[in-house]
Write a protein that binds this ligand. Sequence first.
Ligand code: ZN
Ligand code: ZN
Length: 263
Amino acid sequence: MIDCHVHTRLCRHASGTPLEYVAAAEAVGVEVLAFTDHLPLLDGSETGYAMRWRELPDYVADVEQLRRRAASPEVLLGIEADWTPGGEAMLREALARHPFDVVLGSVHFIDGWAFDDPDLVSRYEEWDIDGLWMRYFNELADAARSGLFDAIAHPDLIKKFRFLPSFDPSALYEAAARACAEAGVAIEVNTAGLRKPCAELYPSQRFLEICRAHGVRCSVGSDAHSPEEVGYGWDAAREALLAAGYDSVVFFRQRAAVESGIA
Ligand SMILES: [Zn+2]
Ligand SMILES: [Zn+2]
């Protein structure tokens, strides 16, 4: 079992210390655990979405210390970074300052709106939902092509609150999968969707099948925001992957993909 997406209390909307996550991972049999707390926002704003820039070195040091232990689980140092159009150079520079094993790329914002924030859900009313989905998947493809990320996290996060398009989104999934395949970027099967109003994995089974058809590799993460969520939904993720035709997943060590069988 791998879990390549967990947070810590540093991001201000999660609880638990890195050590508590490691202990939880060990208890449920997670063999590879990647910490991927939120990179501070590029504009320097101090929000409830991410750690502060001044905290990043301590985060790195804390996880690195756990990474050096020989015991199971293997601990990896990662970060979840927001796709910020126009901020590519700054992000590249920030990521180069630390020895990350894995960088997850996430589309959490559209024109500065954190569309996955339950406190901002009323703003969906301002959007044509079909247009919003097209916009979201355009951003996702741009993120994949940027070369900044190893894997795209929760690749259909836009479905979180069940504002669904009027059309079959398969063409959007196709375009996103093609962008990931061409860029050599993995997608993440993220089990947090099971805990949210959409009540299914990110990505949907259809999207996952399309990724498989394009040869896109998959990682798996719980997106745990508390130690009790580590390893959450692994069986559901594994079943979905097997049903889509995958027999292995990947995790990243020093930004290189390592295959791990699931069959
Ligand atoms: Zn995220
Ligand atoms: Zn996350």
